[in-house]
Design a protein around this ligand. Sequence first.
Ligand code: SAM
Length: 279
Amino acid sequence: MTQDDPTLYVVPTPLGNLGDMTQRAIDILRAVPWVAAEDTRHTAPLLKHFGSSARMLAAHQHNEEAAARQVIDKLTEGESVALVSDAGTPAVSDPGARLVARVRAAGFRVVPLPGPCAAVTALSASGLTDAHFLFYGFLPAKSKQREDVLRALIDLPYTLVFYEAPHRILETVESLSLIYGMGRTLVMARELTKLFETIHSCPLHEALAWLQADPNRQRGEFVLLVSAAGESKDDGEAQRVLSLLLNEGLPVKQAAKLAHAIVGGGKNALYKLALSLKN
Ligand code: SAM
C-alpha cells in the first residue's frame, strides 16, 4: 500500500478547546472528500470552523456495520475517509473500533493521527507515579455490576482510569470508596481543556465529601484515576491495623483478611505488607 492509496484516517478532535486540533488533523479534514462522524450535527460546525468542505456520513454505535460498508464503498471508489467522534479519539470509549476492523479486514490502509484523549490528558497531570495504568473507561451503571467490576480490579498494581458523566459521579465515587476503602489516592479531572478545568487529588475516602461540599464540583465530564494497589504512600492506617492484629497473635493470612475488612484496599498488597511486618 502506498500513500496515494485510498485511506481511512482516524482523526482525534478537541475535548473542548478548539486550539487542541493538530495541524495534521486540519489538513486531513480539508483534503478528504468524506468524513464519517459519530454525530453529523455535532461535527458540522467543526468542519466549518476548520474550512473543510467534506461531505459527511453517520457512523454511530447503532449503525457501525452499515457505516463500515459505506466507508468501504467510498474507499473502493478511490475516495479517502476521515473517521471522527464527538470529542477525543475515536474507538476510545467511542464508536469506531468495529468500523476500523472491517476496513482493515477489507485490505484498506488505516492511518491513525495522534491527538486529544481525555484519559491520557488526565494521566499526564494526575501526579500519580505508578509505572503502569489500566484504562477501563465507563463502569457499569448498576451498582451491583459496578462493584463487581471494581472488586475484580482491586489488586492490580496499576493506576486505574475510569470515565464518568456528571449524573453518575456521586454514585461511582461512592462505589470506589466502598470497595477500595482507605489507602488509595483518587484524582478527579473534570472539564479538561475547558474554562472550569479542575484536577483535584485527595485520599479516596475523602472524595465523596469533597464533591458533596459544592454542587459545582459535580458538574461536567470526569476522568477518575485511582492510585495502584499497594503503591500508595497513604498506607499508614493499613499498617497500624495490621500491626495491632499481628501483635495479638493472628496468623498473617487472617490478619490481612481482617485488615481488608477494616480499611479496604488490595488483599494481595495487605498480605505482602503483613508478611513484611511479621518478618
Ligand atoms: N473518545 C474520548 C476520548 O478519547 O477521551 C472519550 C469519549 S467518552 C464518550 C466521553 C467521556 O470522556 C466523558 O464522559 C468523560 O469521562 C471523558 N471526557 C471527555 N471530555 C472530557 C473533558 N473535557 N474532561 C474530562 N473528561 C472528559
